[in-house]
Design a protein around this ligand. Sequence first.
Ligand code: GAR
Length: 208
Amino acid sequence: ATRTVVIISGSGSNLQALIDRAEEIGIEICGVISNREDAYGLQRAQRAGIATALVDHRQFDSRESFDATLAETIDGMQAELVILAGFMRILTPEFTRRYEGRMLNIHPSLLPKYRGLHTHKRALEAGEQWHGATIHFVTEELDGGANIIQAPVAINSSDSEETLAARVHGVEHRIYPLAAQWFAEGRLRLQEGRAYLDGAPLPTEGYQ
Ligand code: GAR
């Protein structure tokens, strides 16, 4: 199984989806790291018998020093794959380069639309018919790396931020384990800024 570290800041429902399917998809979650002590995902990890670590960003005076300790923690867990699952800090270029090609992120929008925060609210306010979630390789550019999987979610006229977020979460829990499985099976590559599955380039946007 592929040694995997999951990094979180909050509830960790995506972490839970990965824990539930780890064996089936060929990953071993060897550690969960949070930058927040109150992240509920830490309890999920402990309940599953997974080692946890807290790297509290407030205890560092720069992004560089925070990222350096984060990297030491990841490497101490001997991770082959790094999965960001609701991790809400911006990473330095040095950190992203260190894990390039083996660090994935999930973002709650159909990237390149709605990078950054409050994606559900922004999609609703823009009157979008479609919203969704994206799994991508992490590169230096915030929410800008090569897309691996996109899952669309139709917006209803009765949707609130909460109902829309709930449906996006539903698809997230399906696509993150799939992307992790592809990586674990050695089928996924990042090459010159583009993601490849089984040697064929994945579309940069707009596929399901
Ligand atoms: C997910 O919706 C994920 O896409 C989003 O945070 C949520 C975490 O939920 N990620 C980002 O916004 C990254 N900037 P979870 O803690 O229940 O997995």
